[in-house]
Design a protein around this ligand. Structure first.
Ligand code: 13P
Length: 288
């Protein structure tokens, strides 16, 4: 089913797993990402940046996600990642995305609350879920860089106020992760995550999933992480494979011979990540 973030994270909360949120960087890789979820008996969150949505066309992402959700019988959420501007959010909602993120993490708390609340009001009227963010995640996202010294961890007291006042459906937490951390691994602050999870009753979200040590994932799940973002790892795998295939190809060879291996590389990563995210023995419960 073409689903909302709230629907898939509620089921994840009941059964204690996390739902993979994978950044689609082009349209080519999208069908195999959804097929990977189908093969693993898992829901999937497909997320796009605003620029990727504009480059492909929001309606085109919506059309593929909707048709594959119905034909493949898999729960697919289409989510707009890191939007800072109401018009971008409104466009995604009006064109059929089922979930959006308003990233007000750079704003003072009161302003973040006020703007997130306005997004929630509009989104909920249209049956769309909203993810908010408190604290700052390191690295570069949408051209904006947050250095180590500028990182602010999520304050659990602020999280209580934020969730209550905004009524967000999910909260992205800053517990040490960084966007685009490919070569090294993050030191996640688990004690802080435990505090936040004890203080608020809302699904929590990890950004910068590429840099998270896989052996930390079960503890993150046990402490309320219900949406787990992975982007860079897919991008790197697709690009590496493309360099290889396009580097060797004859120019007259059908393009699909070069592109299928790239999509396949992404599919393998999505399947692997889901196998860690879905620590549920009976997957048929997930598909209920
Ligand atoms: P990575 O690209 O570091 O995996 O992070 C993805 C993400 O958090 C998107 O918002």
């Amino acid at each position: 089913m073409y689903s909302t973030l709230k629907e898939v994270t509620s089921r994840a909360e009941e059964l204690n797993y996390t739902v993979g949120a994978f950044n689609a960087h082009n349209l080519e890789m999208l069908p195999d990402m959804i097929r990977a979820a189908k093969e693993q008996g898992s829901p999937i969150i497909i997320q796009t940046s605003i620029d990727t949505a504009k480059y492909i066309g929001h309606e085109n992402f919506v059309a593929v996600c909707k048709s594959m959700a119905s034909k493949e019988m898999v729960d697919v959420v289409l989510h707009l990642d890191h939007a800072r501007n109401f018009d971008d959010i409104k466009e995604a909602i009006d064109k059929g995305y089922t979930s959006v993120m308003f990233d007000g993490s750079h704003l003072p708390l009161k302003e973040n609350i006020m703007k997130t609340r306005a997004v929630v009001e509009y989104a909920h009227k249209h049956g769309v879920s909203v993810e908010g963010e408190l604290g700052t995640i390191g690295g570069t996202e949408e051209g904006i860089h947050v250095g180590e010294d500028d990182k602010v961890y999520t304050d659990p007291k602020n999280a209580v106020e934020f969730v209550k006042a905004t009524k967000v459906d999910a909260l992205a937490v800053a517990i040490g992760t960084n966007h685009g951390q490919y070569k090294s691994k993050t030191n996640v602050n688990l004690p802080l995550l435990k505090e936040i999870n004890a203080a608020v009753d809302v699904p929590l979200v990890i950004h910068g999933g590429t840099g998270v040590n896989e052996h930390d994932i079960p503890e993150l799940i046990n402490n309320g992480i219900r949406k787990f973002n992975v982007g860079t790892e897919l991008l790197v795998a697709w690009t590496r494979k493309a360099k290889e295939t396009f580097g060797e190809t004859k120019e007259t060879k059908s393009l699909r011979h070069n592109v299928i291996p790239c999509n396949q590389a992404v599919k393998e990563i999505v399947k692997h990540k889901i196998s860690i995210f879905m620590n549920v023995e009976d997957r048929t419960l997930v598909l209920k």
